[in-house]
Write a new protein. Sequence first.
Lengths: 461, 221
Amino acid sequence: MSDALQTSGSLRRRLTLQLVGSAAFLAMLLFFVVLAFARDVAQQTHDSILLASATSIMDSVSVQADEVTVDIPYAALSMLGNVSDDRVFYRIAMRGQVLTGYQDLPSTSQSVRSGHSAFDTLVYKGDSIRMVTSSRRLSLNGAPADIIISVAQTREGQATQLAQLARSALQLGLGFFLVATVLAFWTAQSSIRPLKQLTEAMSRRGPKDLRPVRRPVPSEMVPLVQSLNQFIARLRVSLSRSEDFIAEAAHRVRTPLATVRAQAEITLLRVDKPENRASLREMIRAIDESSRAAGQLLDHAMVTFRTDSLEREAIDLGDLTRELVDRLHPIAELKDIALTFDGSPLPEISGDQILIQNAVRNILDNAIKYSPYESAIQVSTRQVSHTVLIQVEDEAGGFADMDTDALTQRFIRGKNAAGTIGSGLGLTIAREVVEAHGGALIIETSGSGAGACVSLSFPLA
Amino acid sequence: MRFLLVEDNISLATAVLDRLRMDGHVVDHAANIAAAEDYSATTDYDLILLDIMLPDGDGRAFLRSHRSRLIETPVIVLTARSEVSDRVGMLDLGADDYITKPFDFSELEARCRAVLRRHGGDSSNQKRFGNLVFDPMAGTLSVAGKTITLRNKELRLLEIFLNAPDRIFSKPKLVDRLFSYDEDVSENAIEVYVGRLRKHLNGSGVEITTVRGMGYRMSLT
Ligand SMILES: Nc1ncnc2c1ncn2[C@@H]1O[C@H](COP(=O)(O)OP(=O)(O)OP(=O)(O)O)[C@@H](O)[C@H]1O
Ligand SMILES: [Mg+2]
């Protein structure tokens, strides 16, 4: 479970990146369109003033006595000054001869018919200029003569104006981009939200919570949730099968053994012949061996199965231990063992009650089983810094020169186990349970060497 | 003591009945829930031994109705199910104890004793013989006004003798009754316990005599 799943990128990041990318593209487009439009409008305005200026000069052209006179109105040039401080040039020419104005003003490359005008962007004296060229056909000395008027203005004002416009367009584009980016994050977040909520709902569930997912989900997620539900259903079936199977198996094995054992025990009380008695005792022992083995094997299977997905709840280990001790009193009494319990109030730990009961039960079983008649077993629970300790001390001789690590392995029994019934799974079960809870099984021989001191330590949450 | 055994497995039930009767108890046997309900409605029992898997239903159903009728009689459940999965449910449902099949009769006896003691055994179960008063539930022996608490083995040995005064019990039989089959116990152990019991019986007008080659017998002096 813990090994990280390989990821193929993040859905949210991908969505965010795509949305932010589109926003950047749109912002750029917006910037250029606005800029082009502004430039166009500025040009048109400029052009129309240039044209108005050229037209008013044209209007002042008159032919009197075959003489062309031009009286440039003041307004014709001053109106250009209103636009900006840019320098104004003009030229009035006829039949290729400059009548007045700037000789070297470049002329248009377009052919301008009478009554029409043309616009050019040219370079004059190192400056960019905008120039209008208007033409009108006059009749002079009975012959047609084209009078051509050019009015030009440098474009510095326009350039600054355009720079200003560009700045505004840039601000507009940036503003758009920022708003779009915020919206992109929000959109990505909210489209991922149902997925996140589903994940949270699933991970909040206890390991044994195998109900299907019923919360409404967006239609795109329906197939996913449907297959999740199918999977949960299959898991539920197979889990309940294994748990029921283990319980059922125990029942099936133990019921006939119980009959045989009870019968054998009764028969033993009626039989006198030593050989018959010996074989009946053997029989009872064999029955006990097999039922203990079956019981321990199935318990171990159940423990392995349940530790896979711990069903945690708050447990008072003091209460749990006291109950077990109470239940084992009659058994201890059979050997006249003084079984005592001593526990102060403890903070609760979180764990699987059934598993922990089984672990403690096995340790107590051992203490009683290996203890001599009329000895004492002390069971205690206490808190030691951040752990809760359940300790069982007996007078059974302890683990002198036994490999205690090996004893916690499956089916390993100690030297002192000869003649007692057991399958070598008790300490294995106890160790697996405490380790599944992040704790430890501590097997020691008490200081005096009189007996074992086995502790189960569980960390506090 | 009056017991009710609810168990559908006839051969197991017969064995348990035999053994309980041998200890001097009166036992009725019901093979299903219906019969158990009838018995418990008409008779006052000291203890009910209840199997969980019964032909006409789950023993837990009986347990529930038994408790809902506010009958005080303690119940010990006999179960063959895995302890890991079933344990909690039994005690929650109001059973006083449970025992896992297959079981040792001495364990059954010990559990019955513990449950009855917890329920405050009444003094009508006291046994008098000679000058002694024996309370098997409390495990006490009073001789001439002096009361002592017996150890488990002594108590059970005394019980066996008191159930059949003047009868001779062989050492092997006593071993069977006192010890579990898991232990290798020599017959000398019996001598030790008989010796102790003799000491307790001093001045009670009751004695345990050795019958050479046959065993022990308890009788009035
Ligand atoms: N309290 C104890 N005192 C002395 N030896 C012990 C004690 N507890 C365990 N042992 C030794 O450790 C061994 C392993 O114990 P474990 O409980 O795993 O198996 P078991 O008791 O032999 O069988 P079972 O599975 O039936 O409990 C025992 O066989 C015994 O030798
Ligand atoms: Mg063990």
